[in-house]
Design a protein around this ligand. Structure first.
Ligand code: SAH
Length: 226
């Protein structure tokens, strides 16, 4: 676990951002079927209110997606937990690539669980804010890049795990090409009205085994930089 270097009062939060609200969220994740205790602990200990606008702080530990500006959202904690758990189920990946930094929350959760996180965002202002949060939380095992995430991060490939937090019709081939032969990829796939969370796992021979993990709702994976 990272020990966040923010002033204690900021991290502890008050009222609806208090430890009690976080404990309630952790309980609701367990009740919702999240089984990985490490993931639940990291979510319990990560200040989600730090990743959203002050006006929404009272809702930070509700199990809902919330707006972060530019038409984007910070994902629902249950979905963050489910995707993280699915990514880590076969062991701890060394290098993880995230497409869609957004608020930076999912990347921060991953950075507490794996050695190295790389995250790509196409909206410069969102990335700027996320970077400030990473700095304030002292997350040093995390690198971020302003680019079209459909291109992945070729210079750092291969990755042991890849997570997409925006939904396309398919997984861009350039991203799949950057997954290690035994790597794991978790992503929402489908149209805006009908998306499924899928997991692909490399069999080491160049093929992937694909599973469906349930219905989800994500913002679209767009092309180019914003
Ligand atoms: N993981 C984020 C979720 C943010 S919503 C969080 O924890 O807050 C998804 C994000 O994906 C948005 O910020 C959106 O701008 C970004 N996105 C969409 N298409 C993208 C692309 N092609 N490359 C990089 N980021 C993209």
């Amino acid at each position: 676990m990272n020990v966040y270097p923010l002033p204690a009062a900021d991290l502890k939060g008050e009222g609806m951002t208090s430890q009690r609200a976080r404990d309630r969220l952790a309980t609701s994740l367990k009740e919702g079927g999240i089984e990985d205790a490490r993931v639940i602990d990291v979510i319990r200990n990560t200040p989600r209110h730090h990743f959203i606008d002050q006006a929404l702080h009272s809702r930070a530990y509700e199990n809902t997606a919330l707006p972060i500006g530019h038409g984007q959202t910070i994902s629902q904690p249950w979905v963050v937990a489910r995707m993280t758990e699915a990514l880590l189920e076969f062991g701890t990946p060394q290098k993880v690539l995230e497409i869609g930094t957004g608020s930076g929350y999912q990347a921060a959760i991953l950075s507490a669980l794996v050695p190295q996180v790389f995250t790509v965002e196409r909206i410069e202002e969102l990335l700027r804010q996320a970077r400030r949060r990473f700095r304030q939380l002292g997350l040093t095992n995390l690198r971020s890049r302003y680019d079209d995430g459909k291109l992945g991060w070729p210079d750092e490939a291969p990755f042991d795990a890849i997570i997409l937090t925006a939904a396309g019709d398919t997984i861009p081939t350039r991203i799949l090409d950057q997954l290690s032969p035994t790597g794991v990829l978790v992503a929402p796939v489908g149209s805006p009205s009908r998306q499924t969370l899928i997991r692909m796992r490399g069999d080491g021979q160049g093929d992937f085994v694909q599973e469906e993990l349930g219905a989800v709702s994500f913002v679209p994976l767009l092309g180019g930089i914003g």
